[in-house]
Design a binder for this molecule. Sequence first.
Ligand code: ATP
Ligand code: AH0
Length: 413
Amino acid sequence: MHPTEEAAVSTRVIGLISGTSVDGIDAALVEISGTELDLKIELLAGATYPYPIELRERILAVGAGVAISMAELAEIDDAIAQVFAQAAQNIQIGHQPATLIGSHGQTVYHRPPADRRIGNTTTPNSPLLSTDAINRVSAHSLLGYSLQLGRGELITYITGITTVSNFRVADIAIGGHGAPLVPRVDAYLLSHPEEGRCIQNIGGIGNVAYIPPRHGDWLSKIRAWDTGPGNSLLDLAVEHLSAGDKTYDENGNWAASGTPCDPLVEEWLNQDYFHLPPPKSTGRELFGVAYLHECLKDAQAYQLSAAELLATLTEFTAASIVHSYRTFLPEMPQRVLLCGGGSRNLYLKRRLELLLPSIPVLTTDEVGLSADFKEAIAFAVLAYWRHLGIPGNLPTATGAPQEVLLGEIHQSQ
Ligand SMILES: Nc1ncnc2c1ncn2[C@@H]1O[C@H](COP(=O)(O)OP(=O)(O)OP(=O)(O)O)[C@@H](O)[C@H]1O
Ligand SMILES: CC(=O)N[C@H]1[C@@H]2OC[C@@H](O2)[C@@H](O)[C@@H]1O[C@H](C)C(=O)O
């Protein structure tokens, strides 16, 4: 059957992801029809299932670089697959069953490819290589590497539903970053005929998709990249400042009771990552525990209170987003649509509004797409595209030289 004929009938798909905040598994049950410009989704159910505490701690430790044996890695891989499969089963309760699952899994390691474009520098997470050295080492060592745990074949076995997983590797194998992948879905679900929009996800890490008005060769003009920290530094700081009592700054209330220290924000924006042109991607390897400790050290000179420190980190997060728009976008957007948990941080949203005068800052909820479950929905769509033979990456977002089919299919029996 031709892909478009098959797509005329809607398909019930489950999207699963646990992001860089490692707070739990976001599951979305969606009805999908159409393919690209006619793509339609209906969110039938969305829920977040928290990780068992011990598993979350193990994942965070692995993500922070704690060495583990291969046996432990295998154990964590299967434990994650089991909780993902359980999430897939739970989200279907009270609904007609799904026929396909798109499971992103849990990122535990992400290394962007070494950057050939910038003479003798590389991306921040790669060892520093001179142009000569780059030419000497094999092409393979220049590739990125991204590891998502929660193997798809086990999810298929437990749920009995065909599962697509390992979405990032095909893009990475041809030289892309393998991230961000959601922008192609954003393009078809959130583009506007007349309006240029920035879709800003604020998860653990922040990422933007700039989508120009939908005419001419708009698709090739989309730009997308990881903007830097989302909630990662804020969450780590809150945990540190509350001595483990709190895991995040609810609605940004704590930060809102302080005042940002502008010289520190300026200083922090000098970091290499913010000056590296897109395509670019990052993770907790860069914006994680060690990074926060550097920030805390820098802050000592200013003797900031806890509230002032959080206000400063929140300002830094907002400023890194806006700085990247002003530096790398061909034109400023006419509207910004926020999604991800950080869109619930009202103080962060207010600071973004202040830094973007005259540009409305809304959430994707306000244009009909769930801000909480957009990523899970996107992986349902990516699995559906894989199933229909439609590519999922956007070369302008990942830096890959071409479009590719994303994901490995684990067929149910
Ligand atoms: N009401 C709220 N107020 C402030 N922050 C919030 C609120 N709700 C959620 N958050 C923040 O959102 C985070 C979770 O966001 P989200 O689930 O989008 O991240 P993620 O999907 O793990 O990350 P990524 O998009 O990088 O993969 C929490 O850790 C918290 O910091
Ligand atoms: C390697 C990895 O898991 N990257 C995530 C992370 O979280 C936000 C940002 O960094 C983004 O690049 C990506 O996630 C979304 C789902 C994406 O691929 O679009």
